[in-house]
Write a protein that binds this ligand. Structure first.
Ligand code: ZN
Length: 481
């Protein structure tokens, strides 16, 4: 048995101003599935998400709309909280906002520690900056003088005296850490990517802005003319959410003595696996245990989703038409865990009909109809814990493997019904027919339990139907034409 029974997992914090997009929906659904499976294993889980609410982009957009910045972020932050219902996330998920007072204090304390350890200095800053990314850009990263991700935004030239973080001083320490922790980044090919980035040498980066030019940020401790660079402040959320630095106990339980896991998209590789880790080193705090890097959801043929092509998928539309559980299924089981993969409504509908409506939905109706008709009492179910082999499937964070395992069992149960025809046998040999049906109910219950992290609501409906020995009131998944 594990020495510590606490488990911490977090997503990244998206900027609050955009509508939640399907890529972030995938990230948070995946983290939620891991949080749920850890609970099944008996862990106490701390699951974190939230919103990144500082920085120039938000400041500019609020100002453009003539709104007070705080009111603006309050409004959008509420929208993000709606993701919990939309995506069927764990009830006890923690939601941090980087404008929370205790977070701002934590960011300042974090700064003080990095400063005290000699990792912060001041110098003249001259850089090209994309406000869309909130990142500095080198000439080689620009296309025709524009950020390729934000071609409609002008690159800003920043020329001011700023505070810098001594990223370069931590190159060797980072490489040593990567070497000693061969599973730190999942999957391997992303780990190799960051290793070669760090091996090429690190540039110190600016971690403040002049307040007179951009005021929407956390004030730098001891210098009221500067606010912190948005990434420096936001990354600290992963520990401020635990109450760091005041709540020492919770931080020890989940971070220091736990195995903290961070989920993020591939566009966050550098920030999560190098910048944030170097910041933790500078503050003399323990590293993240594992960073899991998602691929992107694309349009058909790997084309980037964009409004002009009209291939953008809105998670709200998907849920309106197919329901939360179907979106979870598709994000976890049908989309590649680590590679970019296409999310189109055509693929979605096919998977929905074959795996949900005709798969688990149909199987549940068939078995429970036979049970309800031919068996007087609910079938007795054992409460043994799930197999170790099932939990092992989650170890590589590839939920498509879990899906394969469960849907193989579903197909094999379909085949079993086909071969043994309990609905016929029961008419000529009651005992034998009833035994076959009981076997199927027991297997269905086990499938329902295994489905919990992926389809929590469906899992519960099936288990309740079995306990009541009644078909579910309505089809679990109505076929779509
Ligand atoms: Zn950009």
């Amino acid at each position: 048995m594990a020495k510590h029974n606490n488990f911490y997992i977090t997503t990244t914090l998206p900027y609050v101003n955009a509508e939640p997009h399907v890529g972030f929906a995938m990230e948070i659904i995946r983290a939620d599935a891991i949080a749920r499976v850890k609970k099944l294993q008996g862990y106490t889980v701390f699951f974190n998400t939230g919103t990144d609410e500082h920085g120039q982009k938000l400041y500019d957009e609020a100002t453009k709309e003539g709104k007070d910045v705080q009111e603006y972020v309050d409004f959008y932050s509420e929208k993000f909280k709606g993701l919990k219902d939309l995506l069927g996330l764990s009830e006890d998920i923690h939601f941090i906002r980087t404008t929370d007072k205790h977070h701002e204090q934590a960011a300042q304390e974090f700064w003080r520690r990095c400063d005290a350890h000699g990792y912060i200095y001041k110098k003249q800053y001259h850089a090209k900056y994309c406000v869309g990314c909130e990142l500095e850009k080198t000439d080689s990263e620009l296309v025709d003088g524009k950020c390729p991700i934000h071609p409609r935004k002008d690159i800003e030239v920043i020329e001011e005296e700023n505070y810098f973080f001594k990223f370069s001083a931590l190159q060797e320490k980072l490489l040593q850490f990567y070497k000693e922790n061969p599973n730190f980044v999942v999957p391997d090919f992303r780990f190799n990517e960051i290793k070669s980035f760090v091996e090429r040498g690190l540039q110190d980066f600016s971690i403040s802005r002049l307040k007179s030019k951009m005021s929407w940020g956390v004030e730098v401790p001891g210098d009221s003319e500067h606010v912190m660079y948005v990434w420096f402040d936001a990354l600290v959320n992963y520990i401020s959410t635990l109450g760091w630095s005041e709540n020492r106990e919770q931080f020890e339980e989940f971070w220091v003595n736990g195995t903290p896991v961070q989920y993020c998209g591939k566009d966050n590789l550098r920030q999560q696996t190098a910048m944030w880790q170097a910041m933790l080193m500078a503050a003399d705090l323990p590293q993240t245990n594992t960073v899991v890097i998602d691929g992107f959801a694309t349009g058909e043929g790997g084309i980037k989703m964009s409004k002009s092509i009209g291939n953008v998928i809105n998670p709200y539309d998907v849920v309106n038409e197919y329901g939360t559980e179907a979106l979870r299924y598709f994000a976890l089981v049908e989309m590649s865990a680590f590679e970019d993969s296409p999310f189109t409504m055509e693929r979605f509908k096919d998977a929905y009909n074959s795996k949900l409506a005709n798969g688990i939905g149909n199987l549940t109706s068939r078995i429970l109809k036979m049970a309800e008709t031919h068996i007087a009492e609910p079938v007795e179910i054992s409460n043994e814990s799930l197999d170790d082999s099932y939990f092992k499937l989650y170890e590589g964070y590839d939920m498509t493997k879990v899906g394969e395992y469960i849907w193989n069992e579903i197909s094999s149960m379909d085949a079993f019904i086909q071969e043994t025809t309990p609905f016929k046998v029961i008419k000529t040999d009651f005992e034998k027919g009833r035994d076959l049906i009981k076997q199927l109910v027991v297997r269905l219950y086990s499938v329902a339990r295994m489905l919990n992290p992926i389809l929590p609501d469906t899992s519960l409906k099936i288990m309740n139907a079995i306990k009541a020995n009644k078909m579910p009131e309505a089809s679990l998944f109505v076929r779509k034409d």
